[in-house]
Design a protein around this ligand. Sequence first.
Ligand SMILES: NC(=O)C1=CN([C@@H]2O[C@H](COP(=O)(O)OP(=O)(O)OC[C@H]3O[C@@H](n4cnc5c(N)ncnc54)[C@H](O)[C@@H]3O)[C@@H](O)[C@H]2O)C=CC1
Ligand SMILES: C[N+](C)(C)CC(=O)CC(=O)[O-]
Length: 318
Amino acid sequence: MSPTPPSSVRRVACIGAGVIGGGWVAHFLARGYDVTAWDPAPDAEDKLRRLVTAAWPALEQLGLAEGASADRLTLAPSLAEAVADAEFVQESAPEQLELKRDLLAQLDAAAPPGVVIASSTSGYPMTDMQITAATPGRLVVGHPFNPPYLIPLVEVVGGERTDRAAVEWAAEFYGVAGKSVITMDRELPGFIANRLQEALWREALHMVANGEATVEDIDASITEGPGLRWAFMGPILTFALAGGEGGMAHMLDHFGPSLKSPWTRLEAPELDRALRDAMVDGCERAADGRTYAQLVAERDQGVIDVLRATGRLDGPAR
Ligand SMILES: NC(=O)C1=CN([C@@H]2O[C@H](COP(=O)(O)OP(=O)(O)OC[C@H]3O[C@@H](n4cnc5c(N)ncnc54)[C@H](O)[C@@H]3O)[C@@H](O)[C@H]2O)C=CC1
Ligand SMILES: C[N+](C)(C)CC(=O)CC(=O)[O-]
């Protein structure tokens, strides 16, 4: 597969430098890689450098790799120049299927042979994105979580035409680069975590649309409730404890019937203007005057505190 073993990679290209591409750039810089970025927006370089500057204090707290420096970021004038000598490519362009198809085909044409190209897509199966690429075997999904420089998880999965070796190479590379990897052996829309998040998200939208709960109530129901447990113990093992000494068996026998009630609605609500406005207004109230930059700094410190408190600064919890 790739001409470079995962542990020898030094040069990474990040294509698309918005919220997630910029987060990947910050992560790879902090891990000591040389990073070349490309983004067609005229103000992309300013925004990217601002994002990296804002993230750097958090990254310093986590501990920078030897030689890591924000000065090792280069903005390339073209897509082809960005990937010309890359040893790994991370694509983070907008979530539009046609755009991703064209872009991945262009990246495949321009990147050195065998170099693995990963897409940050939040839910498209690679099978649907790789159809126009000349050598689709090296295209994988590497789905991160916001911000990629702090949230360890990456979900790795290939498409029908992806070589198994590319999936294995990507999983190993992300591990070397400090990520916590789940490798999936089949494609699911939304992968694992977004499928779960979407269920919660849909229920939240229904509650706001129907005036059943406010944005603030919904957020507090997670941060003051199950979210505290989920930071270190997953939802399934957590629920096993709900069965007391009887564990999951008692939990299912006791609460299984309520699954049929059902508590959830799970059909996507109509995202009409009224619901959109209610969500936006609710978030403004919840932000309570804090700017985007203040919220990012608060979130970053919160994630670091949780990682530290759960002993995960040096690797994933197991
Ligand atoms: N925002 C999030 O929380 C997460 C997003 N993702 C995925 O990451 C990808 C990027 O999303 P965001 O960073 O949120 O979007 P964004 O809108 O913040 O950034 C997208 C960037 O792509 C650039 N762009 C536009 N056309 C392009 C092209 N043809 N080639 C390269 N770059 C192009 C834009 O100028 C912009 O800077 C999407 O696939 C999304 O699903 C994945 C995990 C979380
Ligand atoms: C909102 N989102 C669906 C793009 C989020 C993700 O894909 C992962 C995350 O960061 O929660």
